[in-house]
Design a protein around this ligand. Structure first.
Ligand code: ATP
Ligand code: MG
Length: 582
């Protein structure tokens, strides 16, 4: 510690919102260069390298082969797959001195596809799985929480290449198992949830989420059947409605000053008899038509109206996932000025639909035969008893309403639970999208050219450091699992006399000789209290104190994570500590 390049901080950095960021900065592991761009200091880089090593070992053990690509890539391959545009503002684009377009790669599907195309031509060459551990660049809209969401970050990305669907299924299973082994070895708790494939295209996809209250992802889990899905991928079960029941005709009523669902429900209960004998009107009886401005990858914009039950909101992450690669934002006043037919606060399905120039999609709960209170397309008026399928039809269904705890499980109908997590890994079956776009074919057994089918698999290596810190810390500091810790033992010389320092140094040497890595707090003139604080902040798994009890021939051995402490005779201290670490 007297020579280590580290300065621990007493106070939390002003810009840190989550514990991992706060502690990684305070303990002297990382420093910020610009939003979403960080450097690693010695302690941090040790943890980072330990994580990287575990990831690499597990990929190698699964038989995947490591290659390495540049981060700086030409535009052309990304043009061919459409991703030069589809990636939108997230892509770092640049030009060279000859005005040729380049990018800093956000992911490498194109390059791996072309690499395999360059080397292989027969079914006999397949299957193959390749990976790299490499720096990625994404101009994230909201870089956040230190290295958890960076604009420069390290990803392990793998790609599998198979001749047919059964092969892809096997490659996917192999990666899934390798991920399980990797995250177990990293000491991360995780759940595997169904996911959307987003801008990547493709079919089956799962995410590994590290449950943690500060996670950006929300997932549903079903205690009934074990179903688990990212909310982005949660499917709303379609209710059974008896469409044949004769419903009264819709009526338009004056509802002055009711631009919100709340005011509408209030006035309805004051003035209109409820259609249900057993209860008054509730927000879920209303159909809320949310207007969005959609931007397609080519830059064109168009309005989209999403009809959802009034007790729900459009979940912007679910919307983003459903519309990708297009993006959307809520309509603003200027947008309404340009679309006078859309009467803000009083929009109803009768004015919507592609024939009328505004695409109209509805929540899966808006099935034929359901009756709604909704806007009458006139200021201060609503229509009661407007029946889906009878009085209006939508252009289609979109499942983007917010998901709530207690919603029904799409697989067994039980009430689901909601939790938050950090996405640490993502595996998915890409299928033939990239192979088709880049013309990756091989000859099959009967001599025909067939298109290769692919999988794509990512682990956030730098993010994993922060995810581990999120799951392993307390108020005093970090608590690294031994597999990734910057050292095995934090050895404190707590005293002023030469004897204490000499005994501690000797114990340190013994430990190092046994293969135990030691961070020796040999600082002179630094109080034991400061050393104790730093030992807890830095978070090495075992803290050994050579101090007062040395006169009795004892040293204190403390487990950082449990706080359990024992006094051990100094003569057997090294072997005892070694055993606890194993
Ligand atoms: P997210 O939903 O968090 O933006 P993603 O779905 O875009 O992630 P993938 O393209 O699947 O991520 O990338 C694979 C892995 O890389 C993710 O599972 C995550 O662990 C990591 N990762 C993605 N974006 C970042 C980032 N900005 N900073 C750090 N790690 C990231
Ligand atoms: Mg993902």
């Amino acid at each position: 510690m007297s020579t280590l390049f580290v300065r621990t901080l007493r106070d939390d950095p002003a810009d840190a919102e989550v514990p991992s960021h706060r502690l990684l900065v305070r303990a002297g592991y990382v420093r910020r260069i610009a939003p979403g761009i960080f450097s690693w200091l010695p302690l941090g880089y040790r943890v980072y390298r330990n994580v990287e090593k575990i990831v690499r070992e597990q990929m190698d053990a699964a038989g995947f082969q490591e290659v390495h690509f540049p981060a700086l890539l030409p535009r052309e391959p990304f043009e061919r797959t459409g991703r030069w545009d589809d990636y939108g503002d997230t892509l770092f684009r640049l030009t060279d001195r000859r005005d040729a377009d380049f990018l800093l790669a956000p992911t490498h599907e194109e390059m791996f596809t072309l690499m395999v195309k360059g080397e292989f031509s027969s079914y006999k060459d397949l299957p193959i799985s390749l990976y790299q551990i490499q720096t990625k660049y994404r101009d994230e809209a909201r870089p956040r929480a230190g290295v958890l969401r960076g604009r420069e970050f390290v990803m392990k990305d793998s790609y599998s290449f198979d001749i047919d669907d059964a092969g892809l299924e096997r490659s996917y299973a192999a990666h899934r198992q390798a991920y399980i082994n990797t995250f177990d070895a990293l000491g991360l708790r995780y759940v595997i949830v169904s996911a959307m494939s987003g801008a990547m295209g493709g079919s089956r996809s799962e995410e590994f989420l590290a449950p943690c209250e500060n996670g950006e992802d929300t997932f549903v889990s079903c205690p009934g059947c074990g179903y688990a899905a990212n909310v982005e991928a949660m499917t709303t079960p379609v209710p059974d409605i008896v469409a044949s029941v004769e419903l009264p005709p819709a009526v338009v009523l004056d509802t002055p000053d009711t631009p919100t669902i709340e005011t509408l429900v209030d006035i309805s209960n004051a003035r209109v008899e409820s259609a249900r004998a057993d209860r008054p009107w509730v927000a879920a009886d209303t159909l809320k038509n949310v207007v969005l401005q959609v931007t397609d990858p080519d830059g064109t914009t168009r309005p989209l109206v999403v009809g959802i039950p009034g007790d729900r909101d459009v979940d912007l992450k679910r919307l983003e996932a459903a519309l990708a690669p297009a993006t959307a934002r809520p309509f603003e006043d200027e947008d309404f000025d340009r679309h006078p037919k859309l009467v803000k606060g009083y929009i109803g399905p009768q004015a919507l639909g592609t024939e009328r120039g505004v695409e109209f999609l509805v929540d899966p709960r808006v099935v034929d035969g359901t009756a709604w209170i909704t806007g009458a397309n006139e200021r201060g008026r609503h229509v009661y008893g407007l029946v889906a399928g009878r009085d209006f039809t939508a252009d289609g269904v979109i499942d983007v309403a917010n998901v709530r705890a207690g919603d029904l499980c799409p697989s067994c109908g039980s009430a689901v639970e909601l939790s938050r997590g950090i996405e640490i890994g993502h595996i998915f079956q890409l299928g033939r999208k990239y192979a088709e776009a880049l013309d990756l074919t091989v000859l099959d057994e009967s001599g025909r050219q067939v298109t290769v089918t692919m999988g794509s698999y990512g682990i956030g290596v730098s993010r994993a450091v922060a995810a581990i810190a999120e799951q392993h810390h307390d108020d005093s500091g970090l608590m690294w699992p031994q597999s990734v810790a910057p050292a095995d033992v934090y050895l404190i010389a707590a005293g002023k006399d030469e004897q204490t320092f000499a005994a501690a140094a000797d114990l340190g040497d013994q430990l190092e000789a046994m293969g135990v890595s030691v961070l020796f707090d040999d600082r002179r003139g630094v109080s034991p209290g400061v050393k104790f604080n730093d030992s807890e902040l830095i978070g090495v798994p075992v803290i050994v104190v050579v101090g007062k009890k040395l006169t009795e021939g004892l040293v204190e051995v403390k487990a950082r994570s449990t706080g359990e402490r024992v006094d051990v005779p100094i003569g057997v201290a090294a072997t005892t500590i070694r055993e606890t670490i194993s």
